[in-house]
Design a protein around this ligand. Structure first.
Ligand code: HPA
Length: 270
């Protein structure tokens, strides 16, 4: 596996040292869990849980449905660091807090980032509960300033190799895997019908409030990224009945099993 360059030591060094002391050195993979997906780590067996509140400098997330802990485990035979709970731009924290967990994972040595989210599917063919392989992203909000260079390329941020492995895993596990562009906005508002039309015209097939800044941070540090969106609602005209946070969390709970199955099978193929 490729290893990222050590680009951001100062910002996360205390947190890194603390997790090294807890035995979480040198993960192969980091997994970021989206809203309602914290049950992902239930049933994984031998896990080591470190609450975010114990980690120096780790920003606090107050959004319900996000557990707030780093979980060390083995997934698909790979040493995996799960970031259960994420910080969002809409919580009003400094933009670099949004990328803290990913920068920490890079510092610890993760070479692969699996980023997940709960999002709205904006293709009429999509169903609630579908998983969507993120082919590329549109950053309608972009926050990370802690980047190794002042400019860098985002083309290729979502690894073609990992996409291919995920497609194989989906076939193997008989999981229907959609595919498309994800648009990440500031939130916390769900989209208006006009905004959904705009996103579709721009080529997006899913909309959400996360992911894009974390992927910028990961790609700029040399991590290979795999993105999987769980479509918790399909907010299209005619099918639109107002998206609620509870609806998103409930769909997340129901979809977590398929997501674990897809991710673990993909990691087995690395
Ligand atoms: N829009 C934005 N974010 C979301 C949605 C949505 O429809 N569903 C879950 N997160």
């Amino acid at each position: 596996m490729t290893r990222p360059r050590d680009t951001d030591f100062a910002a996360v060094s205390a947190a890194t040292r603390m997790l090294l002391d807890r035995g979480l050195a040198d993960p192969d993979v980091a997994v970021v869990l989206g809203s309602g997906l914290s049950s992902f780590v239930d049933g994984l067996g031998d896990v080591l849980v470190v609450p975010y509140s114990d980690i120096p400098g780790f920003p606090r997330t107050a959004v319900s449905g996000h557990r707030g802990a780093v979980v060390g485990c083995t997934l698909g035979g790979k040493r995996t660091l799960v970031l259960s709970g994420r910080v969002h731009h809409y919580e009003g924290l400094p933009p670099d807090d949004v990328t803290f967990g990913v920068r920490l994972a890079a510092q610890l040595g993760a070479g692969v980032l699996v980023i997940t989210n709960a999002s709205g599917g904006i293709d009429p063919g999509f169903d609630v509960g579908d998983l969507m392989l993120i082919s590329d992203q549109i950053a309608a909000v972009s926050g990370s300033r802690k980047l190794p260079q002042s400019t860098f390329r985002m083309a290729g941020a979502y690894s073609e190799r990992l996409k291919a492995l995920a497609r194989e895993a989906a076939t193997d596990r008989k999981i229907r895997l959609r595919e498309g562009v994800y648009m990440g906005s500031l939130g916390p508002t769900y989209e208006t019908p006009a905004e959904i039309r705009m996103a579709r015209l721009m080529g997006a097939r899913a909309v959400g409030m996360s992911t894009v800044s974390e992927v910028q941070a990961a790609h700029s540090r040399g991590l290979d990224v795999l993105g999987i969106a769980l479509l918790t609602n399909v907010p299209l005209p005619g099918r639109f009945h107002g998206t609620t946070h509870e609806e998103v969390l409930e769909a997340g709970r129901r979809g977590a099993g398929a997501l674990v199955s897809l991710v673990s099978n993909t990691l087995e193929r690395l």
